[in-house]
Design a protein. Structure first.
Length: 260
């Protein structure tokens, strides 16, 4: 990525963070995670679409806020437990409030866009993601099925947004990009997440000899190999973004081994 596009990425991240700011939530909850690799892919998508700068920014900020709201609501799964303390209950309630607040923000921006077609596409994607989550957290019976659903869930928003501008079949190999980005994030979390908790339950039910970390690393290796094989089949700008993700994943793996 050139210096200019790195600067653009930083500017977009700041715009997203500024839109999320709410004094009480900022004081009491961790700053939500912004996936720079999803941000990069959205920047690539709308840049290639030659849309006006403001429209590009509005689309990107909206889609990232949708992702953050969906991810924030997921945290309630991890926080909910029968013997929670008063402080934990307040924390859980604030997490629900934060997810609702971010949802309200993206609905506000969508309304301002006055783009009925994009609103419909994103609304359908949100519905599909919530359906996929129900399967992921409650109906998956094996690690392979779990990762398959996670792969689709993580890529749904992007493919919905991309559909007016490019034949999404050309970008189908990028599905592994999204699970790599998500699993890289999961691998370096300091505490259990809804993803790792559910995966652990599945592995235990199947009496697998793999730990959660080993299962994630195995999926990362397989997804990285698939993405690498498919680099030649996708448009060059997306292949370039995929190479950056693969390189970062390799660096993270080396750092993880050094620290281990």
């Amino acid at each position: 990525m050139s210096y200019a596009s790195m600067e653009e990425l930083h500017t977009l991240r700041k715009k997203i963070e500024n839109r999320m700011q709410q004094a009480y939530l900022d004081e009491n909850l961790d700053i939500p995670y912004v996936d720079d690799y999803k941000l990069l892919l959205l920047q690539t998508l709308f840049g290639q679409a030659n849309l006006p700068d403001k429209q590009q920014t509005d689309y990107i900020v909206t889609i990232m806020l949708i992702q953050i709201a969906l991810d924030t609501h997921d945290l309630v799964i991890r926080k909910t437990k029968a013997d929670e303390t008063a402080d934990e209950r307040v924390d859980r309630q604030l997490t629900v409030l934060a997810g609702t607040y971010y949802s309200a923000l993206y609905y506000k921006i969508l309304a301002e866009l006055e783009d009925i077609d994009m609103v419909a596409l994103l609304a359908t994607a949100i519905k599909e993601i919530n359906e996929q989550k129900m399967v992921l957290y409650y109906d998956t019976a094996s690690a392979a099925e779990f990762f398959h659903i996670l792969r689709r869930m993580e890529s749904t928003l992007f493919y919905a947004a991309a559909s007016p501008f490019i034949k999404t079949k050309e970008l189908e190999p990028l599905v592994d990009y999204f699970i790599i980005s998500r699993l890289n994030q999961e691998a370096f979390m300091n505490e259990p997440t809804p993803i790792t908790i559910r995966l652990g339950i599945i592995l235990e039910q199947n009496q697998s000899t793999l730990t959660v970390t080993e299962a994630i690393n195995q999926e990362l290796e397989e997804a990285s190999a698939r993405l690498t094989r498919n680099l030649r089949t996708m448009p060059q700008v997306y292949a370039a973004a995929a190479r950056k993700l693969l390189l970062q994943g390799k660096r993270q793996e080396e750092l993880y081994l050094e620290e281990g």
